[in-house]
Design a protein around this ligand. Structure first.
Ligand SMILES: Cc1cc2nc3c(=O)[nH]c(=O)nc-3n(C[C@H](O)[C@H](O)[C@H](O)COP(=O)(O)OP(=O)(O)OC[C@H]3O[C@@H](n4cnc5c(N)ncnc54)[C@H](O)[C@@H]3O)c2cc1C
Length: 423
């Protein structure tokens, strides 16, 4: 029996599972291969809809896809606490206690986290949007704040601009400020996509968002943000969307990587120096196949890396030649409020409604359950009911790309655990 253990049920982990399970379906059916996916969350989170959740356009449950119905008995709900690379075992904390899983192949797809420690006070006082529980807390605060005087967004990237636009739409002009930490928001894109940056700035301007360039937050308190130029911004709601960092699971410190904690992988998604330890998604420090320095950390790259990784594990078990990661990118997008976006597809720049349509159709298509994606899409188009969690139980035919290994999986349980998770 060959055992594959995947850590993380996000974009990369789920795609690695899907492709490996498909490539090894005969071996799995014959009991020669077993795949386990360990996730501390009961659901996959679609971060791309965070703007719609903040603006109130989507319920938070629209971003969630329960893992159990997709993975069935391959799913282990728990947090991987320790990896012993010599003994080839993972220790996970599950609701029933500690459990140990042995592996022949280990996949690390644990994503990234917000670097809250970079701004004193952010852990206690800033709201976050990455993890579902954080986004839920942020949304609750937003729902309670009917007439805030000041909302401060920390960050200058796509997530910051998206959050600012969503909240400006909700609260009106003169309330939201962006503390970009750089010369201006989206400055990292200006050389490649000047039209998108220009359009984003115009929309923010129209929405009455104040942009504070070239200052960064030095400290966050409950009702204010101290800035690097000595000024203070009063804030009823501070949202942290600045940068990412990485946690190494105990036992993985010896793996090669950068100072932030990402793991260096080769062109086949193997962690450098290892034949049976693989990484994909945000946590993987993967050389860009086009010669640029490294692959960006976003969902599209995570999915593509997960696909190649899953295929290569299957090939490795079947003693076939591995496939290189050759994906060179496809596009980027950010929501700018209701039916407004900036998007680039293969370098072509789109703004306004066309960009919005491109963005939401692409996102909906890539949700783990195709039926759920379609419900979200049609709701955003203005037809159909709000895609709340009650709609999430997918008939077998709806699951995207036969993600399940076995058809007799108990979908009712998956729905129940999902409901518990977001309560
Ligand atoms: C607000 C926001 C908006 C975004 N918008 C976009 C967008 O529009 N387009 C885009 O392409 N990208 C977007 N991104 C980035 C994108 O979401 C990430 O790049 C993507 O999620 C990375 O996928 P991943 O599989 O590496 O990690 P994730 O999807 O984060 O999955 C990692 C999973 O591993 C789990 N995990 C972590 N540690 C452990 C452990 N020890 N044991 C068990 N499980 C563990 C986590 O709980 C999580 O479920 C956005 C991100 C944010 C925060």
């Amino acid at each position: 029996m060959r055992r594959i253990v995947i850590l993380g049920g996000g974009f990369a982990g789920l795609h690695a599972f899907k492709v490996a399970a498909r490539g090894l379906r005969h071996q799995i059916a014959a009991g020669l291969v077993e795949i386990k996916l360990v996730s501390r969350d009961e659901y996959h989170t679609y971060h791309g809809w965070a703007g719609e959740v903040l603006s109130g356009e989507l319920d938070i449950s629209a971003t969630l896809s329960p893992l159990y119905p997709m993975l069935c008995e391959s799913f282990v709900l728990g947090e991987a606490m320790k990896v012993d690379l010599e003994l080839a075992s993972v220790e996970a904390q599950t609701p029933k206690g500690r459990t140990s899983l042995t592996f022949d192949h280990l996949v690390i797809a644990t994503g990234s986290r917000d670097p809250l420690e970079r701004v004193p006070g952010a852990t206690e006082h800033a709201y976050r949007v990455k993890y579902t529980k954080d986004l839920q807390a942020c949304r609750r605060r937003i729902d309670l704040l009917t007439e805030p005087k000041s909302v401060v967004i920390l960050g200058g990237g796509l997530a910051a601009v998206e959050s600012a636009a969503a909240l400006a739409e909700r609260y009106g002009p003169g309330v939201v400020s962006i503390v970009a930490g750089s010369s201006f928001p989206l400055s990292c894109l200006v050389n490649y996509f000047p039209r998108l940056v220009d359009h984003a700035h115009k929309v923010l301007n129209r929405q009455g968002v104040s942009v504070l360039p070239a200052v960064y937050a030095e400290r966050v308190e409950k009702d204010r943000v101290y800035l690097s130029d000595g000024s203070v911004l009063l804030s009823d709601l501070t949202v942290f969307t600045t940068g990412i960092t990485f946690d190494r699971i105990d036992g993985l410190e010896i793996l090669p990587g950068n100072a932030l904690g990402q793991l260096s992988v080769d062109a086949w998604q193997r962690v450098e120096g290892y034949d049976n330890v693989w990484a994909a998604g945000d946590i993987a420090l993967s050389r860009h196949p086009g010669g640029k320095s490294f692959c960006p950390s976003d969902a599209l790259w995570a999915m593509r890396q997960g696909d190649v990784l899953g295929e290569n594990i299957a090939r490795s078990i079947k003693s076939r030649r591995l496939r290189r990661f050759t994906f060179k990118g496809m596009g980027q997008a950010a929501g700018m409020g209701r039916r407004e976006s900036i998007s680039q597809l293969y370098g072509l720049q789109f703004t306004g409604r066309i960009a919005w349509l491109l963005r939401v159709s692409f996102f909906a298509w890539h949700m783990p359950y195709r039926g759920h994606g379609l419900r979200v899409f049609s709701y955003l188009l203005g037809v159909g009911q709000s895609p709340r969690c009650g709609d999430l139980r997918p008939p077998a035919s709806e699951i995207n790309d036969d993600l399940t290994q076995k058809s007799d999986c108990n979908r009712g349980d998956g729905e129940r655990t999902h409901r518990q998770a977001i309560r």
